[in-house]
Write a protein that binds this ligand. Structure first.
Ligand code: NAG
Ligand code: NAG
Ligand code: NAG
Ligand code: NAG
Ligand code: NAG
Ligand code: NAG
Ligand code: NAG
Ligand code: NAG
Ligand code: NAG
Length: 391
């Protein structure tokens, strides 16, 4: 995930943004527990059967990420008040930064206006459907550098934890989603000590957050490559859940670029099975992409997965990122052009050719298959991102 205030756009340019969160069954609990902002899982809910509300009040965990820069798009701009809040259990605001001193801070001073719109949404809802608001700290644009530095020493970790909790309390968020991309990734400024340092950091954060009734989650990549920097077994006790970025698995940034869907369910399943060995399903959220990737064809008669590409397709008129189109842009293209869409049911992806480009994306049918998969596997879900249009 990226931060455009750093002139880096969300998913596209470098393309390894994975936010897969698997929404899991999330039970809203009795009102006094809700006030205490505690979380109730399958098992602990059963232990407290007498406190549990009627099952009609149980909701699947379904998180919506919101990108602050969506409010400033030249077209298809999207403001927090446009979020259909009763569809989601949580709204995650992307992003807040880690500054040079290793402290959490605003990405832009104007973000507080967007926070206020979100709080208005939260307050409008009845307590039964009110989504929680979480702040996402980091993102693809921040890289590993400030995290690696901060996590490497006891004093700077402690200062980060203090600033994180202060930030969450000051702006009245219900939790914090840590988006360190990625511990141990040398190409992103990480180092070998990160893996153990991340566990220490979360171990120190969790009791402080819990004491204040605040949630704590972690985003993890959907690719096996970047996953090697995460000690999932060590992390698992110290987080409420992880959001698995099950997208951007392939893209025009690959070397060499090859036509491939970025949300191939067969590949996603492989990652999820690995993660499930360390993290119980009810703590995993599966990421659903509300955008697609575009590739320029190298050979106009070779248009199937595996064919060569010469790189990223043209940027969209609103999202302005070469190689990526958000769903509202794809929908515009499909409504104004006649194309032949291929639906690969097994891999739960769609793609088509338009002029000299190959485009792969998710729509309501492929998202539906991925949601079914999440239910079968006992996972929650999250969407990246709610501002990109409907699937
Ligand atoms: C749950 O609430 C619904 C609607 O209020 C009601 O119709 C239903 O009978 C309740 N179920 C249980 C098990 O209490
Ligand atoms: C946080 O950001 C604000 C606004 O961008 C800035 O004025 C302030 O100095 C920053 N705080 C710290 C502790 O860096
Ligand atoms: C912040 O708000 C001010 C005043 O409305 C505006 O001039 C400025 O362009 C905004 N900055 C960003 C980054 O949106
Ligand atoms: C840093 O923290 C670790 C773990 O809590 C502790 O074992 C170690 O003694 C601390 N080191 C220093 C220099 O304070
Ligand atoms: C999806 O991934 C599987 C496993 O890597 C692969 O066999 C299949 O060809 C992929 N599907 C597409 C459409 O690329
Ligand atoms: C996911 O992988 C498991 C284990 O290999 C397999 O049993 C299951 O059928 C796969 N599901 C999908 C949807 O690919
Ligand atoms: C273009 O693709 C077609 C179909 O796969 C293939 O027969 C042809 O050899 C390719 N042309 C070149 C120049 O690679
Ligand atoms: C951008 O707008 C132009 C002019 O309306 C249109 O021809 C083109 O298809 C649009 N591009 C995309 C990616 O939507
Ligand atoms: C998907 O959307 C299309 C167009 O709005 C609609 O015709 C179709 O029934 C939907 N399919 C599913 C599975 O929701």
């Amino acid at each position: 995930m990226k931060n455009d205030s750093m002139a880096i756009r969300p998913l596209l340019a470098l393309g390894f943004i994975f936010c897969i969160s698997l929404p899991i069954v999330f039970s809203l609990v009795q009102s006094q527990q809700v006030q205490a902002k505690k979380f109730c899982w399958f098992d602990n809910c059963n232990q407290h059967q007498n406190q549990k509300q009627n099952t009609t009040e149980q909701k699947l965990r379904r998180i919506a990420y919101y990108e602050s820069w969506a409010s400033r798009r030249p077209c298809s701009a999207f403001h927090p008040f446009q979020v259909n809040a009763d569809e989601y259990t949580h709204i995650n605001f992307a992003f807040a930064l880690v500054d040079e001193e290793g402290r959490v801070n605003l990405s832009s001073p104007n973000d507080t206006d967007l926070y206020n719109e979100l709080k208005h949404l939260r307050e409008q809802q009845t307590s039964k459907t009110s989504p929680q608001l979480w702040i996402v700290v980091g993102g693809f644009g921040v890289s590993s550098v400030p995290f690696s530095k901060m996590a490497s020493a006891n004093a700077s970790r402690a200062a980060f934890v203090d600033s994180a909790l202060q930030f969450v309390e000051k702006y009245d968020f219900d939790g914090l989603d840590l988006d360190w991309e990625y511990p141990g990734a040398k190409d992103k400024g990480g180092n070998d000590a990160d893996k153990a340092d991340l566990v220490l950091l979360l171990e120190e954060m969790k009791p402080r957050f819990e004491q204040k009734g605040k949630g704590l989650s972690l985003t993890v990549p959907g690719s096996e490559y970047y996953m090697t920097g995460f000690d999932l077994k060590g992390i698992e006790p110290h987080i409420d859940w992880i959001n698995v970025m099950s997208y951007d698995l392939h893209g025009p940034w690959d070397a060499p670029p090859v036509l491939r869907p970025h949300t191939n369910l067969t590949e996603i399943n492989t990652s999820i099975q690995t993660i499930k060995k360390a993290v119980p399903a009810e703590k995993i959220n599966l990421g659903l992409a509300y955008y697609g990737h575009t590739f320029v064809l190298s050979n106009s008669s070779c248009t199937t997965p595996g064919c060569p590409s010469s790189g990223a397709g043209k940027k969209g008129n609103c999202s302005l990122e070469a190689g990526t189109l958000i769903n509202s842009e794809i929908e515009d293209l499909l409504s104004t052009h006649h194309v032949k869409i291929t639906f690969d049911h097994d891999d739960a992806v769609k793609y088509f050719v338009l002029d000299d480009e190959w485009m792969t994306y998710d729509d309501n049918e492929t998202i539906g298959l991925k949601e079914e998969y999440a239910v079968q596997q006992g996972l929650g879900t999250f969407i990246w991102a709610v501002d990109m249009g409907r699937p």
